[in-house]
Design a protein around this ligand. Structure first.
Ligand code: NAP
Length: 436
């Protein structure tokens, strides 16, 4: 790339939470990059919007694609968002002319990462995306540069969506419903007006697709991530799980099962001593299980201007230091193509029924489970919860999910069952073994 003297010229498209936070780092007394980086151009949707950073000194582009194409820009920073549309077009234009790209856009990378990496390889451009996963936690660097080389990574799991974690934490603490807590979070700016990407689990799905790719040396493939969000988690389940010694969390996980990889996002029950169970509010956390290093945990702010700008800054410095690696750790040709494992077929589960007529129903539930070969580990009924219908909750011993689902279908068809039964996996706490 052409350069003005020793300085690399930066163009920033998107001046919202992340872009604004990044500009602040450039405008502080000791600006980012020790004089080796200079912001020359910016783009956003609306030039006249009031912003809390000064943008008068930079060339303005209405069109981020035109900024990406500008020969005055050596490093293009994409902070618009969205898997397609202007963000994708602009990144493609920058990479195609050999300009390096830094982005925080997990949707774009999870859905088009392999194509973008191919384009970058063809022109020698770098593409870096530390801010795309877990905000301020440098988990991409830790996995790709610190761990993937010398270890066999067995699983990466985490709380990767701060909005969902905040909602679950608030529901448990305040005893309010999902809808109430979400409405408050939207009013306070903790949740988007359209919360689907977050509460539907898609955002966490994009992030685990990226972590999975780096941990297991494969190209990212969001279409293979099995996704369920928190929108069906009820206060009743949070309370009943709590009474049994568990906390419900939305966990994104990528795990090696034999020589296949399974990536998924689900609400799961964690025992209170699980390393992710105590991570509350909008925090993010990632736990890596690898050999020989063992278990590692990372906790920190997954969103917000400062945390995310910190990650974008690290990528910019890697690029000017010549330290940026291939985006998924290896050249595309060296990436494996894992077949994705089927849904975990065995484990322990939480099952909740709502019944409107108790006599005989417990025997009927036990009978169906016994017929399916599912053993009950613990059992709880709590007439104080659930209004007119009585919740009956049980946890199973390890059993095939298929058998449990078949029995639950039978039980759900009984007249006395008032609502669709709820089944959630219980995550094992193997952590204690790794730490002891
Ligand atoms: N917020 C976080 O904490 C966080 C954390 C990690 C990753 N990310 C990722 O970072 C990216 C940006 O997120 P954000 O929260 O900063 O978003 P945001 O606050 O909504 O800001 C988006 C910016 O993009 C601009 N923009 C939107 N459409 C545009 C278009 N068609 N052409 C030009 N500019 C356009 C907007 O312009 P106007 O200002 O004129 O409206 C705004 O400046 C996303 O990929 C997001 O997933 C965000």
């Amino acid at each position: 790339m052409s350069m003005a003297g020793d300085k690399r010229r930066v163009g920033i498209a998107g001046l919202g939470t992340v872009g604004g936070g990044l500009l602040k780092l450039f405008q502080q007394a000791e600006p980012l990059g020790d004089g080796r980086l200079e912001v020359v151009a910016v783009s956003a949707r609306n030039r006249s919007r009031k912003r809390d950073v000064e943008i008068g000194g930079y060339e303005w582009f209405d069109d981020p694609v035109a900024l990406a194409a500008s020969p005055n820009v050596d490093i293009f920073v994409e902070l618009i968002g969205g898997s397609d549309g202007p963000a994708k077009r602009a990144v493609e234009v920058a990479l195609a002319r050999g300009a390096d790209v830094v982005t925080a856009n997990k949707a774009l990378l999870a859905e088009h990462g392999a194509d973008l990496a191919k384009l970058a390889e063809s022109t020698g451009a770098k593409i870096a995306f530390e801010a795309a996963v877990a905000g301020g936690i440098p988990i991409i660097k830790a996995l790709r540069d610190g761990l993937a080389g010398g270890n066999r990574i067995n699983a990466v799991s985490g709380i990767l969506n701060g909005t969902c974690n905040y909602l679950l934490t608030e529901m448990e603490a305040s005893g309010r419903s999902f809808e109430d807590v979400l409405a408050d979070a939207q009013r306070l700016g903790y949740a988007e007006a359209d919360p689907t990407m977050d509460v539907g689990g898609f955002d966490a799905g994009h992030k685990i697709a990226l972590l999975s790719a780096i941990a297991f040396g494969a190209a990212p493939d969001f279409s293979r991530v099995d996704v369920e969000g928190v929108d069906q988690v009820t206060l009743l389940d949070i309370r009943m799980a709590g009474k049994m010694g568990y906390r419900i969390k939305l966990i994104a996980k990528a795990e090696r099962i034999d020589e296949t990889v399974r990536a998924h996002v689900h609400p799961v029950l964690l025992a209170l001593d699980h390393p992710l169970a105590g991570v509350g509010g909008a925090l993010n956390a990632v736990v890596v299980d690898a050999e020989p290093v063992g278990r590692l945990s990372f906790v920190g702010r997954g969103a917000g201007a400062g945390a995310t700008a910190s990650a974008v800054a690290a990528d910019l410095l890697d690029i000017i230091d010549g330290a940026a690696r291939a985006p998924f750790g290896k050249p595309l040709a060296a990436l494996k193509s894992y077949s994705s494992a089927a849904r975990a077929d065995e484990g322990r589960f939480y099952v909740r029924f709502l019944v409107n007529d108790k006599p005989g129903v417990i025997a009927a539930i036990a009978d169906q489970l016994a017929k399916a070969g599912v053993s009950i580990e613990s059992f709880l009924q709590d007439p104080a919860q659930g209004g007119t219908d009585v919740p009956i909750v049980l946890t199973t011993q390890r059993c095939p999910r298929e058998n449990l689902d078949a029995a639950v279908r039978q039980i759900g068809a009984l007249d006395v069952i008032a609502a669709t039964p709820r089944v959630m996996p219980i995550e094992e706490t193997s952590a204690k073994r790794a730490w002891s």
